[in-house]
Design a protein around this ligand. Structure first.
Ligand SMILES: C=C(O[C@@H]1C=C(C(=O)O)C=C[C@H]1O)C(=O)O
Length: 407
């Protein structure tokens, strides 16, 4: 159904009316996002707005998400439904239930781009915040991770923090999404409706700079990101920090571990795998990153986007290296369940196309509460308090969108 990225088409779940074409723009879709929306996804290629849930993916006992998805697309095709687009989020832990569904109705438009109508709103300040763990405890955990790196085969582990905000009034989820979209042009902006036992609306909202994997026809793109420095409001200092990051041996090592792992996993499915020898800088509103854009042509029998993405997940950008030791360290050193944070968010279709971003710079929002997440990669030369500063800067992307603040 994605024939022209600059026009918009509607894919309706009601098979009798599936041919209804409209032409709202990406900005229309963003402003239409509301209580009846089940998903918004803005990527550098296109914008998706979904309403309702026609079909939710349910994994059988012991079944992997990749197997369940393959079965679902086989069943859909057997029923003559080859246009369906599946959207949603996959958690960090491989055995946790994903939130994946085919919307009742899905509107598709081109990318949001730099639209003058996108002006961040000022919002109410949060009234109470609670960190988990406290900054000093997080610094201690980083020190414990450094001890593990010194004494075991662990090379890198990503440790995260949680920040809970409680506001006097309900947080306007649509406004948070619009603020994120206005400040994070070129990234992956998302809002996913989450099942909740309460009558309220609980959503995962965020703006990720990191593309785990995109497959369009035979073309593959992956954009691993690792190595971070907080930005400065002073332009000279900001530039100096970006240059320091680009030449930092510690950050280059942290980055290289991710690029190597991604390239090695993809190599068997690729021809002409192009891995740039040095990373480039990528700026978000609050941090500088080291970024590498890996491109390839896929071989004829390469798996679908979701299968490739799940083969990569979790990369050392969000878990560590080696993966099993890092996962164990995360289990010991983090005292909350990551849930969907550091998982995947995106879309895929029956043809095997799709795009999956890494679920970072995000929060779960329900009523007057928001739970924010941020992590940082720890390698041998990491400094505990610099990792505190890095995770604080990462929280700021969501804090800006929820509380207002500088654009
Ligand atoms: C885990 C996060 O980010 C990841 C870790 C990074 C790092 O350690 O430099 C950079 C980008 C992401 O791959 C996060 O933003 O919460």
């Amino acid at each position: 159904m994605f024939t022209d990225a600059n026009t918009c088409s509607t894919v309706s779940g009601d098979s009798g009316n599936g041919s209804a074409y409209q032409r709202p723009s990406a900005i229309d879709l963003l402003y239409r996002y509301g209580v009846d929306s089940s998903i918004f996804l803005g990527t550098p290629e296109r914008t998706l707005l979904g309403r309702g849930v026609r079909l939710r993916l349910k994994r059988g006992p012991g079944e992997s998400t990749a197997t369940a998805l393959q079965q679902l697309f086989t069943d859909l095709q057997r029923n003559g439904d080859s246009e369906a687009i599946l959207v949603g989020a996959i958690p960090f832990a491989p055995d946790a239930q994903p939130v994946l569904f085919i919307p009742d109705q899905l509107d598709v438009a081109g990318p949001l781009g730099r639209h003058t109508a996108l002006k961040p709103n000022q919002a109410r300040r949060g009234t109470a915040t609670e960190e988990q763990p406290a900054q000093a405890v997080y610094a201690q955990r980083v020190q414990q991770a450094l001890d593990l790196i010194r004494h075991t085969a662990l090379k890198k582990v990503v440790l995260s923090r949680m920040l809970e905000i409680r506001s006097e009034r309900d947080i306007d989820q649509s406004m948070v999404l619009r603020n994120l979209a206005a400040r994070n042009i070129g990234g992956y902006t998302f809002a996913v409706d989450l099942p909740t036992p309460s009558a309220g609306v609980r959503r995962l909202v965020g703006a990720s700079p990191e593309l785990l994997l995109q497959r369009m026809g035979g073309q593959l793109l992956a954009n691993p990101i690792a190595g971070t420095a907080p930005r400065s409001s002073d332009p000279g200092e900001d530039l100096a920090r970006s240059r320091k990051l680009l030449h930092s041996a510690k950050d280059r090592q942290e980055h290289a571990l991710v690029v190597e792992a991604v390239a090695e996993t993809l190599r068997p499915y690729c021809r002409n795998l192009h891995v740039p020898p040095v990373p480039e800088l990528l700026a978000t509103n609050r941090v500088w990153h080291l970024s590498t854009r890996i491109r390839a042509e896929l071989t004829k029998h390469a798996p679908a986007s979701y299968a490739l993405a799940l083969a990569l997940h979790p990369t050392p950008a969000v878990c560590g290296e080696p993966r099993d030791l890092a996962a164990r360290a995360i289990h010991t050193l983090e005292d909350f369940d990551r849930g969907l944070f550091t998982g995947l968010v995106g879309w895929c279709d029956a043809k095997g196309d799709g795009a999956w971003a890494v679920t970072i710079r995000c929060a779960e929002i329900e009523a007057n509460r928001a739970t924010l997440y941020a992590g940082a990669g720890i390698v041998a030369d990491s400094d505990p308090w610099q990792e505190v500063a890095e995770t604080s800067a990462k929280f700021q992307t969501l804090l800006d969108a929820i509380q207002g603040g500088v654009a």
